[in-house]
Ligand binder design. Structure first.
Ligand SMILES: [Zn+2]
Length: 189
């Protein structure tokens, strides 16, 4: 269901485009743009309820005696930067050391994707993802490493193509330097 505010906002933005390019042949392409914008923003920006419901499906843990570090590397995740509403791509690597319970590796990818379904800064994303895994999985520790490219930096302004790297560590990754070092070596290999 498309909400009223989004309908008005998309129509206003397209009205501005039509005004700016009045009389130009290319402006005919804007015909279906409000509907396209609505679908696009709904895809990028889920409601808090949608996010919570979806996460609930993926945080299903099961008992397992495995006690070593598990790492899922380079999960591709898209979000919008909250300052410019331009797409950002995050390559997310998650590591955790289980405490009796594990999570399916495919679930880790889905959780990483769903947590980005709102405009969020990369720093906050790293922290929120690590904390959600700590709270729901109750492992011995969690580490999250994110390499991001931000549309607002690569496509406009100073046009910097450098990558932004953030990492968040919790539990045994904080208290055991060798566990952290092992994880960082995997991230950089
Ligand atoms: Zn931005």
């Amino acid at each position: 269901m498309v909400d009223e505010v989004l309908v008005r906002a998309s129509e206003t933005l397209v009205a501005w485009m039509e005004h700016r390019y009045k009389g130009w042949e290319g402006a005919k392409q804007f015909g279906q743009t409000p509907e396209r914008l609505q679908r696009m923003y709904q895809e990028f920006c889920w409601t808090p309820e949608q996010i919570e419901t979806e996460l609930g499906k993926y945080f299903k843990t099961f008992e397992n005696g495995y006690s070593q570090m598990l790492v899922k590397r380079e999960i591709e995740v898209w979000t919008l930067c909250p300052h410019h509403l331009l797409p950002c791509c995050f390559w997310v690597t998650i590591g955790y050391v289980p405490d009796q319970r594990v999570l399916g590796l495919s679930k880790l990818s889905r959780i990483a994707e769903v947590m980005a379904k709102r405009p969020i800064m990369q720093e906050a994303y790293s922290d929120e993802l690590a904390d959600a895994l700590m709270d729901n999985l109750r492992p011995k520790g969690v580490a999250v490493y994110v390499v991001g490219t931000h549309g607002c930096m690569t496509s406009r302004g100073v046009k910097q193509h450098s990558k932004v790297i953030t990492s968040t560590i919790r539990g045994c990754f904080e208290t055991e330097p060798e566990t952290r070092a092992e994880f960082m070596a995997i991230c950089r290999s």
